[in-house]
Design a protein around this ligand. Structure first.
Ligand code: NAP
Ligand code: ZN
Length: 350
């Protein structure tokens, strides 16, 4: 027996998403059922359904920024009770036994690999379907506890955009005295600004234009520069310890590497469709590093949510209904979102 759940899916890389019904497993003893209240739209959803990262397994129900309310708990569930606010991010499983899983870095699982919240196959043998849907059934160890003081619409984007920026900020020790630049003020970028500011770092936004400068300063940036202005790259040469590159397209990476001080690190978060043309010179002259980082582990995601609860940090969201998903995708592609679309989970009902 399975549960038939209303959802929105992509059926090919070229067609708009449309309503459908998907089958999820009946909840087992360790599962929780979460009524999805809000689901964020991440640029990764668009990369996936448009086959930017290789052929997807259609139909794809995207959505890995899920916030909702627990409606059912299995007999062995310990962390949740009915009525709790809960979240699900980019993973719903991993081997649990490899050194990376044991270290709490399930996203780098070297056993089976992490099981994605969508476009993967779950341990139950069924395709995984994401948050553009009425409800989700998930093993409690991949569900997160959501602080009660944060509204669920503002919480949803924390499950990907939040943890993807929190994890490298912590890993590379952002804090008082560190100079952090955030490239691209979109979903990830606006969370990077809020979180780096809350950690006490000096924050600079590097955006394509000054169009969103007022927002950037309000979100917590100390400085704001346009990358379309060539003077920006002269003025800011060698002036950052850490740069988070959240841009979803190929960027002139050497120009950004030159903005790092000696021993600085540029962390690549954006995963564009096409490879980067790359010269190693900016790394060599300055002992700089170009690193990457993938979301964050479950324990760190919980730490991030608790940090956001303490500091009162949520995402800046634009609320939409399921019928507006395709329109929202076009706006994300035009960098016209302030700063995350969240879909009303009640609009997936059959
Ligand atoms: P988003 O909301 O679309 O933000 C991307 C931002 O990049 C835009 O707002 C824009 O900022 C800038 N940008 C877009 N096109 C550009 C271009 N042609 N040249 C220069 N700048 C451009 O996307 P997102 O959801 O934050 O995701 C960003 C990227 O991170 C995607 O590739 C996504 O797949 C990836 N991602 C990675 C992880 C991970 O674990 N590493 C997790 C989630 C997402 P401005 O208008 O301010 O310039
Ligand atoms: Zn994402």
């Amino acid at each position: 027996m399975t549960l038939s759940v209303p959802a929105y899916a992509a059926f090919s890389p070229t067609e708009p998403l449309r309503p459908t019904v998907v089958e999820r497993r009946e909840p087992g003893p360790k599962d929780v059922v979460i009524d999805i209240v809000w689901a964020g739209i991440c640029h990764s959803d668009i990369h996936t359904v448009r086959d930017h990262w290789g052929p997807a397994s259609f139909p794809v129900v995207p959505g890995h920024e899920i916030a909702g309310i627990v409606t059912q708990v299995g007999s062995e569930v310990e962390k949740f009770k009915v009525g709790d606010h809960a979240g699900v991010g980019c993973m719903v499983g991993s081997c649990g036994e490899c050194p990376n899983c044991k270290a709490g870095d399930e996203q780098y699982c070297s056993g089976t690999g992490m099981i994605g919240t969508y476009n993967a196959v779950g341990k139950d043998g069924l395709p995984t379907y994401g948050g553009y849907s009425d409800l989700i059934v998930v093993d409690e160890s991949f569900a997160l506890k959501v602080p009660d003081n944060l509204p669920l619409d503002q919480v949803a984007p924390l499950l990907c955009a939040g943890i993807t920026t929190y994890s490298p900020l912590r890993h590379w020790n952002a804090g008082p005295g560190t100079r952090v630049a955030v490239v691209g003020l979109g979903g990830l970028g606006h969370m990077a600004v809020k979180l780096a500011d809350a950690m006490g770092a000096e924050v600079t936004v590097l955006s394509q234009s000054l169009r969103k400068k007022e927002d950037g300063l309000r979100l917590g940036a100390d400085h704001y520069f346009a990358t379309s202005d060539k003077n920006t790259f002269k003025e800011l040469k060698s002036s950052f310890d850490l740069i988070l590159n959240t841009v979803s397209e190929v960027t002139e990476i050497g120009a950004f590497l030159n903005l790092l001080d000696r021993d600085g690190t540029l962390v690549q978060l954006g995963l564009p469709e096409h490879p980067f043309p790359f010269s190693p010179a900016p790394l060599v002259f300055g002992r700089r590093r170009w690193a990457g980082s993938l979301i964050g582990g479950i324990a760190e995601t919980q730490e991030m949510l608790d940090f956001c609860g303490e500091k009162g940090i949520g995402s800046d969201v634009e609320r939409i209904e399921s019928g507006q998903i395709n329109e929202a995708y076009e706006r994300v592609l035009k960098s016209d979102v302030r700063y995350r679309f969240v879909i009303d989970g009640n609009t997936f009902k059959a």
